[in-house]
Structure formats: C-alpha cells, structure tokens
Design a protein around this ligand. Structure first.
Ligand code: ZN
Ligand code: ZN
Length: 330
C-alpha cells in the first residue's frame, strides 16, 4: 500500500515524510482493518514529524483523524463496509487507576494513533475495534476527518474550561480546533471573543459570528468567564489568563508549549482563577461531540491534499497558511 512514513524527524520544510510503498498491515483479534478514505492533519502530527515529541517508532505512519471503511476484522457491531472514525486515543490499558476512575484520557498505558502505532497517512490502517466511532451519515469523509481530533479535543477543552450556556468565552488562536469550537459555543448561546494572529484567521472568525475579533496582542473588551488557548505558546496562555474575571478558567489546548513565562501571581492568578491543560480525550468525549456535530450540522472549512502532498499539508499547518483544517484525501 502507499503510505507516508517518518523515518527521521526533521524540519517540515525538508520533507521528512517519505511517500512510498510499504506492506499492508494484517488484522489481529480485536482489531479492524480500515481502507482509509480521508485523514485530518493535526498540529500534533507536526510536533511528531519535527521531533518535538520523542520518537516512539523507528518507521512511523502519522495521522490520527482517520475516516475509514471496515474491510477486515468485522464484528456484529461493525460489519464490512461500516464507515468509522479513529482518533488520537487508539487504546487504553483499561486497568490503571485512571481507566477505573472514568478518566481514560489520562491512562498510564495508552496507545496513540499515528504516534505509538501507525496512523492514517496511508491507504490502509489498523484500529482497535473498541476505539472506533461510527460516523453520522450527514458528514461526508472530508468534513468528518477534522472532527476526529480538532473537533473532539476542542469540545473537551470547552468541558475542561467549564463553559456554561450564555457565557463569555475567549478563543486564543483560530485554527482547525477553534473554528469548530465556535460553532458549538454558538449553539450554547455563548458570546465568543477571538484573539488570533493572521488576517485571514480573523476574517474567518468574524464570518463565523464571533462577537469580537482582535490580534494576538489585543485584549478582549470585557472580562471573560472562560478562555481556551490553541497556540503552542506560553505567552498566549498568559494573555488568556489576563483576560479572565475572578474565578475564570483558562484551558490550554496544546500538547506542547514553548515555555511558560514568569507571570504576576497577585494580578493574574489570585482571585481563584485557574489554568488547566487539556490532555487527550475519552471515548465519551468523542461520541458526545459527534452527536452534537450531527445535531448542529457542523461543517468544517477544509482544504484537501493528496497523500503525495502530506509534507505540504503539514507545512501549511505550520505556517497557518490555510483557514480551517487540512485533510489528506486517500
Ligand atoms: Zn489506563
Ligand atoms: Zn490531534
């Protein structure tokens, strides 16, 4: 099968993914084999390909927003031809303290799709049958793919931030995840304040109905109940913290941050403000979000790339060169 394989991490401009033929994986008990139809491109893929996350496999196929069709390993619940999604959480041990306490996102022995096992930048991919999600028929392949990490994680971030109906919510950064979260926030009657670099991201936020839009250096005109940051930048986290009312929460939606700068506790955190990270996702987050996406008719803005252009897709994500989400169509 054709696949994009990472053998040595490197700057994405040097095209570290090698596109070529590899052997097709064989299904084992408990797994399904999927013919990949589309795979979303996530900033985490970029961190993996550029080596900001430690290497876990010597030859890795990235990609953890897989839309695929079951072609082997079918079960009664997942007959041949079922269209399913696979996300970042490819499996858990089911036995650790976190798994037993309804926090499988924090599992001590997790499997991560496209990182600790091969992912979806390929014509075929394996997945654990109990970690795939049937997809609503209303979402075609291209639109479903970005929901599977960008969407689910953004949704989890809203939960971690404790967003309630009608609140004032800041989105700091406006890439794939934020442009999906805003639709959910609007369904919850929230006022959304967007601070982001990049003229076209600001235009998209305004077009999608943000109450206020500013640059990364602008401060929202009101104190926010909640804020979610999406950029891999500690400065952005501090800017978000500085925009909160007392008791407000910042949820940091980033697997990697450059650093956290020193900040003034008395002014920024005192007053029971909270700063929390958003880590992975649970299967309940995935199911709940896909249901919401179906109900509100969520349609991501997507740019399609062929598998041959996987490096270019990641470069576009790095440079914020596209609005919405990049998707590899296989
Ligand atoms: Zn566990
Ligand atoms: Zn992701």
């Amino acid at each position: 099968m054709k696949a994009a394989v990472l053998r040595e991490p490197g700057n994405i401009s040097t095209h570290p993914l090698q596109i070529g033929e590899v052997s097709q994986p064989e299904v084992r008990p408990g797994q399904v084999l999927l013919r990949v139809r589309a795979c979303g491109v996530c900033r985490t893929d970029l961190h993996i390909v550029e080596g900001e996350l430690p290497v876990r496999l010597s030859a890795l196929i990235p990609g953890h927003q897989i839309v695929g069709e079951v072609v082997a390993g079918a079960t009664a619940e997942l007959p041949i031809g079922s269209r399913v999604g696979v996300s970042w959480i490819g499996g858990t041990d089911g036995t650790c303290w976190y798994c037993r306490h309804n926090a499988e996102n924090l599992c001590d022995g997790p499997t991560f799709t496209g990182y600790t096992v091969n992912g979806g930048y390929a014509e075929f991919a394996l997945a654990r049958a109990d970690f795939v999600f049937p997809l609503p028929a209303s979402l075609d392949d291209l639109y479903a793919a970005p929901l599977l990490c960008a969407g689910i994680i953004g949704f989890r971030a809203l939960r971690v931030a404790g967003v309630e109906q009608g609140e004032r919510v800041g989105l700091f950064g406006f890439g794939a995840s934020a442009h999906l979260a805003i639709a959910v926030l609007q369904a919850w009657n929230c006022a959304v304040y967007v601070a982001t670099r990049g003229e076209s991201h600001r235009r998209l936020a305004a077009a999608l109905g943000a109450t206020w839009v500013g640059t990364e250096n602008d401060k929202p005109p009101v104190a926010l109940d909640r804020a979610i940051t999406f950029a891999p930048s500690g400065d952005v986290v501090i800017a978000a913290l500085a925009s909160l009312r007392k008791g407000g929460v910042v949820a940091i939606n980033a697997i990697h941050l450059d650093r956290i700068p020193q900040f003034d506790y008395d002014r920024l955190l005192w007053g029971e403000r909270q700063m929390r990270s958003v880590t992975n996702m649970t299967r309940d987050d995935a199911r709940d979000f896909l249901r919401v996406a179906d109900e509100i008719g969520l349609r991501p803005k997507v740019t399609a790339f062929s598998l041959d252009r996987a490096n270019e897709a990641l470069l576009a994500v790095k440079n914020d060169a596209i609005d919405g989400a990049a998707v590899i169509v296989v």
